[in-house]
Design a protein around this ligand. Sequence first.
Ligand code: SF4
Ligand code: SF4
Length: 300
Amino acid sequence: MRQIVLLSGKGGTGKTTITAAFVHLAAKDHRIVIADVDVDASNLDLVLSPEVLETHDFASGVIAQVDPESCISCDICRQVCRFDAIDIIDDVYTVDRIACDGCAACYYQCPVGAISLEEPVVGRWFKSKTRFGPMVHAYLFAGQENSGKLVTLVKQEARLIALDEKRDYVIIDGPPGIGCPVISAVSGAHAALIVVEPTVSGIHDLERALETTEHFRVPSAVAINKFDINEKRAREIEDFCSRNDIPMLGRLPFDTIVTEAMVHRMPVTEYAPDRAISSQIEGLWREIKAFADSVPEEYI
Ligand code: SF4
Ligand code: SF4
């Protein structure tokens, strides 16, 4: 089993469009599992239309809660809270769930045990089926943190399905940008495909993504999406990859059929199989598959 993760240094590069097409192409010849770990803005499900089989709460972190029945209004908790998370509202000691850091100082200082610590539900994750194979996906509620932990959970569930059912590939739609969720998405992958656009920030975005993949020793390759919107920038990205020995696996042109396919909730390779962009994405899929297959298992 091989895990292939798609990344981008920033959002909006067409990463999910390419992931959806890879899923469609891979499922023709292989048994796959799909993982959408872009938990802050997941949208692969819009294209793959999964049928949800299981829904699970995702609880993370700790926040304090005051039991007003037991509270004797001694004010100690408010005085010890360094985060100003406890206030008196309508004569009741109340914890601001956003401000609370979960440090537990109030919990230990309360003389009558009126404070408990709870693990709040901050997101949901799902096991689903699609016409291409099983899918694990999730979303984090607005304003919540700890997306790295949820990414790890989704990836782990997808990996377990792949191992249990002896599936060939886990195709992972990673989060854009950098940081904790990207680190979680990348770790343990056999190969990463970084999707970049030929914009002013293209090389900078690519460098940021590479910093993470190189740190975790995940073999990385690059594809330029919409290379023809700025061929000069596209060449600069190619030169950068050439200078740094980073495999450049493909250049995809701009094509309005991609948006049309999304509107019809289909991977572009399924919606318009005879279009040039579809055969180019198919070539890219063959390249990244061969790239992932060539990584020795002991390297991971
Ligand atoms: S757990 Fe810490 S941050 Fe939260 S209310 Fe208590 S003292 Fe304040
Ligand atoms: S420390 Fe306990 S008893 Fe005192 S005000 Fe806070 S919750 Fe109430």
